[in-house]
Design a protein around this ligand. Structure first.
Ligand code: GLA
Length: 434
C-alpha cells in the first residue's frame, strides 16, 4: 500500500517538469546510419559499409564538403551496434574497440571541428534491439553522463527489452538525467512507437515536455510500400499527431530513404514533399559518397527545406482525399504563406487534376506560387480553375506566398473538412502546368 502510493507520487513528480533545453526549434536535419547500414559489423569483408568510426567520418566529410551542412544537415547519428558487448570496469558503456579505436569523444571532436553534431543511440531495457548492452533504470544517470562527457549532441533512446512500466519510468528519468549533465543534448524518444503511437496509451503532452522528437510508428524500409504506409498512418492520425508538434517537439516518421534503392525519382520527390508537410525531422540514411545527382538535388532542394524548416513549426495536414486517387496536403507557413502538395496514389499515368485555390479553402485574392521542383512561378486568382499533372506515386508541390490573407482551414478548429468530390467543369482549363 505504502509502496504503491509512493510509487505513483514519484511517477507524477517525474512527469510534470518541462523539457526546456531550447534545442530543435525547427525539425533536426542530418544523417542517420540505421536504415542503410543496419548492424553491419563485418569490417573485415565490408570495410566501407560496416558500423565503424570510418563510416561516420566519411559521412561527416561529405556533409561538410558537398554543401549539405550549409543547408542544415548537421547531425551525424550513430545508431545501434556501436557498443562493446561489455561495459568498462566503471560500469560505463564503451564503443567496440576494433571498430571505434579512436573512441566516441574523438569522433565528436572531429565533427565539431567541422560545425557538425554527433548523435548516439541507446536503449531503455536490458539490451538494444540489436542485442548490445541496454540502459536499465539503474544505469540512466551514468549513461547520460557518459554521453555528455563524450560531448554528444543528440541521443536516441530505443525501447526494446523493457516493459511498459520501465518505459514509463525510464523515458522521463533519462530526460532529467540528460538535462542534469548541463550539456545541451537533444533527446529522441522511441517510447510512443512501443505504446502503439496513439492515446490513451500515448500522452503527447507529456512527450512534448520530455523529448525533442519521438518515433511514433514502425521502422522505415527501403521501399515505396513502406514509405506510403508510414505516410498513411501519420495522415490518418493527423488530428492526434499534428497538435503534438511544434518548435522543440516533433513527430518523427523515420528516416529519408531517398538515394537508396527502393524509390523511383517520383517516389523520392513524394517522400521529401510529405516529410516537409509533416514538419518531420530530415535524417537521411543513404550513402553520401555515391549518391546520384537526382537524389541529391531532391534532398538539397532549398525551397522544400525552407518549408520543412518553417519557424512556426506547424505540422501540415491532408485536406482532401479524392476518389480518383489524388490527395491534397497543406501546411501553413510564416507570413501567411503556405505549402500545397498534390499527391497521386494512382498507378496508371500522369493524372490531370483540376481544382482551384478556392476549392482548397483559400480566401478571395491573388496568390503567387512556385512549383518547388520545376521552379515555375505564376499568379493565380482563388477562383481560377487550374490543372496539375501528377505522376503515378508522385507529387506536385507548391510554395504559395499570399498577398492577401489566408483563411485557416476549418480543421484547425477541430472540425472535419468535407470537400465535394472532384467534378470536372467544362471549359475550365485556363492553364496547364508541367
Ligand atoms: C529499432 C528502431 C530502429 C533502429 C533499430 C536498431 O528497430 O526502431 O530505428 O534503431 O531498433 O536495432
Amino acid at each position: 500500500m505504502h509502496f504503491s502510493v509512493l510509487f505513483f507520487a514519484s511517477v507524477a513528480s517525474m512527469t510534470t517538469f518541462a523539457l526546456d533545453n531550447g534545442l530543435m526549434r525547427t525539425p533536426p536535419m542530418g544523417w542517420l546510419a540505421w536504415e542503410r547500414y543496419r548492424c553491419d559489423i563485418d569490417c573485415k569483408n565490408d570495410p566501407k559499409n560496416c558500423i565503424s568510426e570510418n563510416l561516420f567520418i566519411d559521412m561527416a566529410d561529405r556533409l561538410f564538403e558537398d554543401g549539405w551542412k550549409e543547408l542544415g544537415y548537421v547531425y551525424v547519428n550513430i545508431d545501434d551496434c556501436w557498443a562493446s558487448m561489455e561495459r568498462d570496469k566503471n560500469g560505463r558503456l564503451q564503443p567496440d574497440p576494433n571498430r571505434f579505436p579512436g573512441g566516441i569523444h574523438r569522433l565528436a571532436r572531429y565533427l565539431h571541428d567541422r560545425g557538425l553534431k554527433l548523435g548516439i543511440y541507446g536503449d531503455m531495457g536490458t539490451h538494444t534491439c540489436g542485442g548490445y548492452p541496454g540502459t536499465t533504470l539503474d544505469k540512466i544517470e551514468i549513461d547520460a553522463q557518459t554521453f555528455a562527457d563524450w560531448e554528444v549532441d543528440m541521443f536516441k533512446f530505443d525501447g526494446c527489452y523493457s516493459n511498459a512500466l520501465e518505459q514509463e519510468l525510464g523515458y522521463p528519468q533519462m530526460s532529467k538525467a540528460l538535462n542534469a549533465t548541463g550539456r545541451p543534448i537533444a533527446y529522441s524518444c522511441s517510447w510512443p512507437a512501443y505504446q502503439g503511437g496513439l492515446p490513451p496509451k500515448v500522452n503527447y503532452t507529456q512527450l512534448g515536455q520530455i523529448c525533442n522528437l519521438w518515433r511514433n510508428y514502425g521502422d522505415i524500409q527501403d521501399s515505396w510500400s513502406s514509405v506510403l504506409s508510414i505516410a498513411d498512418w501519420f495522415f490518418n492520425n493527423q488530428d492526434v499527431l499534428a497538435p503534438a508538434a511544434g518548435p522543440g517537439r516533433w513527430n518523427d516518421p523515420d528516416m529519408l530513404v531517398i538515394g537508396d534503392f527502393g524509390l523511383s525519382m517520383d517516389q523520392s520527390r513524394s517522400q521529401m514533399a510529405l516529410w516537409a508537410i509533416m514538419a518531420a525531422p530530415l535524417f537521411m540514411s543513404n550513402d553520401l559518397r555515391t549518391i546520384s545527382s537526382g537524389a541529391r538535388s531532391i534532398l538539397q532542394n532549398k525551397m522544400i527545406i525552407s518549408i520543412n524548416q518553417d519557424p512556426l513549426g506547424i505540422q501540415g495536414r491532408r485536406i482532401l482525399k479524392e476518389k480518383n486517387g489524388i490527395e491534397v496536403f497543406w501546411r501553413p507557413l510564416l507570413n501567411n504563406a503556405s505549402a500545397l502538395v498534390f499527391f497521386s496514389r494512382r498507378t496508371d499515368m500522369p493524372y490531370r487534376y483540376q481544382t482551384s485555390l478556392k476549392k482548397l479553402n483559400f480566401t478571395t485574392g491573388s496568390y503567387k506560387f512556385t512549383d518547388v521542383y520545376t521552379g515555375q512561378t505564376d499568379v493565380l486568382k482563388d477562383s481560377t480553375e487550374f490543372v496539375v499533372s501528377v505522376n503515378p506515386t508522385g507529387v506536385v508541390m507548391w510554395y504559395i506566398s499570399a498577398p492577401g490573407k489566408l483563411q485557416y482551414h476549418p480543421y484547425f478548429k477541430g472540425n472535419k473538412l468535407h470537400k465535394p468530390a472532384y467534378v470536372a467543369e467544362e471549359n475550365a482549363f485556363p492553364r496547364v502546368f508541367l
